[in-house]
Each structure stands twice: as structure tokens, then as C-alpha cells.
Design a protein around this ligand. Structure first.
Ligand code: F6P
Length: 343
């Protein structure tokens, strides 16, 4: 007879359950990213599938310290896969950076009987997880969720593909008006420390120049690109600027170019937080689903201190402390493509 108990032991064996993990908490932390909800859903459903209890932590580490844990069941995440934002809400926590804050967080986990924590977020969130694991021996698995794509150990982070598509759709619209008026636009995109969004969206919309934090383009080089575009009678030019660019903000650059070329008709658009919102792309939904399930399976297999990511379309694990040390270098081939196609 197929009793609940027999099914449970079958399922645990299938997952390679050697850890004795019985109750997992999941949280989103740092800046939100489209697809975080899909990752929460996958974690909750995987917990249900493998008969492990699941709790959601509201408001990231801040909520953990305050004991904001809620039970999560598979029906509670219905119709969630396509929703932007995060139903668990998120925060950047200053208190969790303190010893006292982490002690409070640990006491909350003990009180709620949590064996392991899944953190969906970026490098700041993982840094907190690494320290927490070392201090209290709590099992932690990270799922990379940030639009910036600035995490080592994964080809893509959850939310990056959607953000790219949002940026491209927005700049395509800017192109229409730029061409109608023969204007030069500076468009600022997110990316405090990384130029992935700027570089890939820049190629995607045919930018005249792309400025990224990883590269120090001289102002003179920008001037000569723009004057080349002007001389070759391009009807519009778009410069994509990552917010962490070394030369300055889109407004600073527009001012410098206006001083050099007073006749240029220049406008600036800062896309801002529109890049973090919206329904996740199919790619992000699938990625989030794969990584959510992989995170639960890693915990059941007795693993900890890892980030689950994607490399060459296969799920891989990277030690959390490596994932936060650096991000993937920008592909030099992309830079070449951007230069050649802007001619
Ligand atoms: O980390 C993701 C990110 O979108 C960065 O690109 C950006 O600099 C930052 O978040 C903005 O954060 P906040 O919403 O806290 O201002």
C-alpha cells in the first residue's frame, strides 16, 4: 500500500536526502529582480514535492531579525511565475551587518525550527549569508537574483534577461523620436559596478558608444565617435551609459559634449527603476525554476555554502565565497562587435 510515509522515504531517496533537513526558509534580499517570484515558487514547490516544510522570510535579513516568517505551501504560490517584484518583499539590511543583528536572526531561525536558508539575491546578500553560515553553522544556499548580472559562477542571473529586454524596448522608442529630430541621446541604464546591461542593450539598439564601469573611455574618444557619427550623416545617435561609468553620469557627459559641440541637439533619459520591474521573460522564468529546484536539492543532499548557477545551460554549484569575490569579465568580443557595428 502506498502510504504517506512510504512515499516520503521514496521522495527523499530520489532527492539524495542525506542531510536531515526538515524545514527550509527562503528569502529575497537586496534589489528586486524580475523572476524572483518564479524562484520563490520553485523553492516552495520543490519543498512540497520532497516533503520538506517551507517558510518564507518577509523583507530579507531585516525581516529575519524581526521574526517575519510565514509558512509557504504549494498553492500559495499559484499564478506567481509571471509576476514581477517579490511577494516576500526585500530590503538592504544594515542591522544584519552587525553581530547583534545576526544573533537575533539566528535566534529567530532556531525559534522557528529552520534547518537551512535559501537566499535569492546578489553579492551583498550572499556576503551576509557567508558570514552567517560561518558564525552559526546554519546551512545556506544562494540563488543569483539581480538585474546587473554581476555574480561570478553563473552565466546569467535571474532578472538580467528581462531587464535587457525592458531596456531595449525603451531605447527603441527613444530611437523613434531621436531620429525624427536628428538628436543625440544619452541614455543611462543601471549597473553600479558592472556594464553587462549597458554593453548588451547597447549592441541590441545599435548604440554609437557604450560607457561601462569596467572601462575608462577617454572623453576625447567619445567626442571623436560622436563627430564621426555626425559627419557620416547619421540621423540620430544614442550613447548608452552605465550608471557606474567612470566618466560621469549621462547628464555630465551630455554637458561636456554640448560644450564641445554647441550645435548638437542633445537630450538625456535615465531609465531608472523601470528596469527592475515587469513580468519576467520566459528565459528568466525557466532559469528561476531550475535554480529554485536545484537549491532545495542541494540542501537535501547535505550541501551548504554554495550558490547554484547556470553555465553552458547546465546547473552548476559555486562556493558562495567565490561567487561574491568577483563577477564574470566582460566579453571582449562584445566590445569589438559594438565598435564595428557603430561605424
Ligand atoms: O543591484 C541592482 C541595482 O539595480 C543597481 O544596478 C542599482 O545601482 C541599484 O540596484 C539601485 O538600488 P536602489 O533601488 O536601492 O536604489
Amino acid at each position: 500500500m502506498n502510504t504517506g510515509f512510504e512515499w516520503k522515504s521514496y521522495i527523499c531517496k530520489e532527492a539524495g536526502q542525506v542531510s536531515g533537513v526538515k524545514k527550509i526558509a527562503v528569502m529575497t534580499s537586496g534589489g528586486d529582480a524580475p523572476g524572483m517570484n518564479a524562484a520563490i515558487r520553485a523553492v516552495v514547490r520543490a519543498c512540497a514535492y520532497y516533503r520538506v516544510e517551507c517558510k518564507g522570510v518577509r523583507l530579507g535579513y531585516e525581516g529575519l531579525i524581526a521574526g517575519k516568517l510565514v509558512p509557504m505551501g504549494p498553492r500559495m504560490v499559484k499564478n506567481l511565475i509571471g509576476r514581477g517584484g517579490t511577494i516576500l518583499k526585500t530590503a538592504r539590511s544594515e542591522s544584519f551587518k552587525t553581530v547583534a543583528g545576526r544573533r537575533e536572526a539566528y535566534e529567530q531561525l532556531v525559534q522557528h525550527g529552520i534547518d537551512a536558508l535559501i537566499v535569492i539575491g546578489g553579492d551583498g546578500s550572499f556576503t551576509g549569508g557567508v558570514i552567517f553560515e560561518k558564525e552559526y553553522g546554519i546551512r545556506v544556499i544562494g540563488i543569483p537574483g539581480t538585474i546587473d548580472n554581476d555574480i561570478y559562477g553563473t552565466d546569467q542571473t535571474i532578472g538580467y534577461d528581462t531587464a535587457l529586454n525592458t531596456v531595449v524596448a525603451a531605447i527603441d522608442k527613444i530611437r523613434d523620436t531621436a531620429t525624427s529630430h536628428n538628436r543625440l541621446f544619452f541614455v543611462e541604464v543601471m549597473g553600479r559596478d558592472a556594464g553587462f546591461i549597458a554593453m548588451n542593450s547597447g549592441i541590441g539598439i545599435g548604440a554609437q558608444a557604450i560607457l561601462i564601469p569596467e572601462e575608462n573611455m577617454a572623453l576625447e574618444a567619445l567626442f571623436s565617435r560622436l563627430s564621426r557619427s555626425h559627419k557620416s550623416r547619421k540621423s540620430s545617435s544614442i550613447v548608452v551609459v552605465a550608471e557606474g561609468d567612470q566618466l560621469g553620469s549621462a547628464f555630465d557627459l551630455a554637458k561636456a559634449v554640448k560644450m564641445r559641440y554647441p550645435k548638437y541637439d542633445i537630450r538625456v533619459t535615465v531609465l531608472g527603476h523601470i528596469q527592475r520591474g515587469g513580468a519576467p521573460s520566459c528565459y528568466d522564468r525557466v532559469l528561476a525554476s531550475r535554480l529554485g529546484v536545484a537549491a532545495v536539492e542541494a540542501l537535501l543532499a547535505g550541501k551548504t555554502g554554495l550558490m547554484v548557477g547556470i553555465r553552458h545551460n547546465a546547473v552548476v554549484e559555486t562556493p558562495l565565497d567565490q561567487a561574491i569575490k568577483a563577477h564574470n569579465p566582460l566579453d571582449v568580443e562584445l566590445k569589438k562587435i559594438a565598435d564595428i557595428t557603430a561605424v
